[in-house]
Ligand binder design. Structure first.
Ligand code: NDP
Length: 448
């Protein structure tokens, strides 16, 4: 007899969903979390980040409003108010997560878990046994080991800065880097973004990366490409002096490293139990999220499949249905849409042009670049980009991309169409909503 049918390690999106669903399927479930229920997304990721994105957009809105007749006198921005209000909301969400688990009959545990064997977990001084163990411990920021790295912060700390820095240097060219560069810049912080490669957002459609790169520079971000930080020193005034790989130096108040995330497996004792890991330390799983050990499963960022909250939730739900609900099903990782909450935001689903040309014999692209109606009255020079990638042989739309206002909101609907197998002719046959930016997806007729 085991103590539990399922013990979940990690109280983030994937773990919480799996625990709740397994419990509602009748399993006896416990879940353990060492920090706060809600995980990276709710506590120190997507949710507080998006709240900070909202905060950082107001200044531009105040300026734009003047062209519509408003006279706005902005007294200034209070960093502490934002941080406190954001923390209140995160506390509320944290409690909601705990209530959801409680209402579903899941036993909630706090502490650092470690595997003893394939069916035994130790949590602090307690030992539990379980028929099935689910590891959903997420990821943790990766910072390269350069001299003075201890003077930099990661996305874990950025949400708790006590003072608003006057200047910031953001390192990296991925999601977190461009999002925080936009937040800092919008809040009036003198912002530089340094990326080691030739263009930010590597892996995205190159039109998207190039367009965003131009737009963020227009908004005032100092973008430094093909460059990196070699070392960091603390000055007597508490500022950070950096030596760059191009030989130049700069001094800033805050350095944020957004150089990727690694699977959070420290202390889990996975290797001694024989759980197979990949090159980056990710837990290797099959399509049912099962590891090489029959009683151990893993979902979410710790498996390094697609590091997105809704994907972890999908994997956790499919796991619970399969193992405890008598409904064997896999999580479908195809055509997962995502957004980068940069300013302007980016949203994509499916393939970028470069990837499409590698996979398909004949690819057509359609794109449109324009100024949104709102900015015909303002001095704002922001431009929007939309792009469709079509397999010319089948007419299937295999990629859609947008850089511009409301990109995430618009792309969610496009993602449904693509998931349903929409063809370019279906896009063409759809009557647009006028006047909107989104209608452009239905009116692109000329191939690039
Ligand atoms: P990403 O993998 O997106 O980007 C990491 C960046 O850091 C890349 O530009 C990479 O460069 C660079 N980098 C890596 N190592 C070094 C180094 N040693 N020195 C300098 N630069 C380096 O990671 P993020 O941390 O931005 O985000 C992690 C994941 O979290 C994302 O991939 C995404 O899945 C998820 N996420 C999703 C969000 C959303 O949905 N809106 C928001 C935030 C995160 P290179 O390209 O050359 O390798």
């Amino acid at each position: 007899m085991q103590d539990y049918d399922l013990v979940v390690i990690g109280g983030g999106s994937g773990g919480v969903r799996a625990a709740r669903i397994a419990s509602t399927h009748g399993a006896k479930v416990a879940i353990c979390e060492e920090y706060r229920y809600g995980g990276t997304c709710v506590i120190r990721g997507c949710v507080p980040k998006k709240l900070m994105v909202y905060a950082s957009q107001f200044h531009e809105e105040f300026v734009d409003s003047e062209s519509f007749g408003w006279s706005s006198k902005v007294e200034g921005f209070n960093w502490q108010t934002l941080i406190e209000n954001k923390d209140t909301e995160i506390d509320r969400l944290n409690k909601i997560y705990e209530n959801l688990l409680d209402n579903a009959g899941v036993e909630i545990l706090y502490g650092t878990a470690s595997l003893v064997d394939a069916n035994t977990i130790s949590i602090n001084d307690q030992t539990l046994s379980a028929k099935t163990i689910l590891v959903a411990t997420g990821g943790t920021p990766f910072l390269p080991e350069i001299s003075g790295i201890e003077h930099a912060i990661s996305s874990n700390e950025v949400f708790h800065l006590e003072q608003q820095p006057a200047s910031a240097l953001v390192v990296g060219g991925g999601y977190i880097a461009v999002e925080f560069a936009g937040i800092f810049n919008g809040l009036g912080i003198e912002t530089s973004l340094i990326y080691r490669g030739p263009q930010i957002l590597r892996g995205f459609d190159s039109s998207v990366s190039n367009h965003l790169s131009g737009e963020i520079q227009k908004k005032g971000i100092n973008l430094m490409l093909n460059n990196n930080i070699s070392s960091i020193e603390l000055t007597d005034q508490g500022k950070k002096k950096v030596l760059l790989s191009d030989g130049t130096q700069m001094t800033v108040d805050c350095i944020l490293y957004a150089t990727g995330r690694k699977p959070n497996i420290e202390g889990l004792n996975l290797e001694s139990v024989g759980v197979e890991l990949g090159r980056k330390g990710e837990i290797k799983v099959d399509e049912y999220s099962k590891t090489n050990i029959d009683s151990i499963y893993a979902v979410g960022d710790v498996t390094d499949r697609i590091a997105l909250t809704p994907v972890a939730t999908m994997e956790g739900h499919a796991f619970a249905d399969t193992v405890f609900g008598g409904n064997t099903r896999i999580a479908d990782h195809s055509n997962v849409a995502s957004a980068v909450f940069s300013q302007p935001p980016v949203a994509s689903v499916g393939l970028g042009e470069e990837d499409a040309r590698e996979k398909f014999k004949s690819v057509d692209t359609y794109s449109s670049e324009f100024k949104i109606l709102k900015h015909t009255l303002t001095e704002n020079t922001e431009r929007t980009l939309m792009k469709l990638i079509v397999d010319a042989d089948s007419d299937l739309v295999i990629g859609a991309h947008m850089v511009g206002h409301d990109a995430a909101e618009i792309m969610q609907g496009i993602a449904i169409a693509i998931k349903a197998g929409a063809k370019k002719s279906d896009f063409d046959a759809t009557v647009g909503i006028h006047p909107s930016s989104a209608e452009e997806f239905c009116t692109m007729r000329t191939k690039d």
